[in-house]
Structures are given as C-alpha cells and as structure tokens.
Design a protein. Structure first.
Length: 110
C-alpha cells in the first residue's frame, strides 16, 4: 500500500511548514489518475499522524477529475484513462490537463 508512504510524506511536509504549531486540518488535492486511492489515504492518516503535530487533525480530500485537451480540434473534455480519444473529433491522443494532482492544497494551524 503506497498510500501510507504518501501520507507519511504529507505529514513531513506539513510539519516543515507549520512553524511548530499544531495542525488542525489538511486539505489534499488528489487527481483521479494520480494512482492514489483517497479512501486508503484517509485510512492511513490517523496512524501516520500519531505523535506528530498533525495528531487529531482533520483530513479533507478534494478529488480532481481528469481532463484532456485535443490539439486537433481544441476541445477540453473529461477523460477516464490515459488512452481516451477526443469525444468531439475522434483524435487518438489527448494532452492531459488535470487529473494527476497530488498536493497539499491547504494547511490550517493553531
């Protein structure tokens, strides 16, 4: 389960940026094609934060749907996989615009 190592990295990052203050809430952006399972991140969060400045913090996960840009017709459309074709003109390849995000969006501290 790589989600545990992701959450451990989030904890380290937040501790580096919280100025030694207790963290009350963390908001993560997770793209639908990032490879991370939001429910698994939530499951690991409590265990990974024990004994840290994030212990007891609320975790909010904002899911970012994947979108792709068609360089042939200029349409931006939702995608479900890396291999989706353009729904407008049928072009075989779309340039991914969103969906791979995995970042700390917001950090609330005391």
């Amino acid at each position: 389960m790589h989600e545990l190592s992701i959450v451990q990295g989030v904890v380290e990052l937040c501790e580096q940026h919280c100025g030694g203050r207790r963290v009350l809430a963390v908001t993560l952006e997770i793209g639908s094609l990032s490879g991370a399972v939001p429910e698994a991140l939530e499951f690991c969060f409590e265990a990974a934060t024990k004994g840290t400045l994030l212990e007891g913090a609320e975790l909010e996960i904002e899911r970012v749907e994947a979108t792709g840009y068609c360089s042939d017709c200029g349409v931006v459309s939702p995608v479900e996989t890396y291999f989706d074709s353009c729904p407008s003109c049928g072009a075989p390849a779309l340039l991914l615009r969103t969906g791979e995000e995995m970042r700390v969006k917001d950090l609330e501290v005391e």
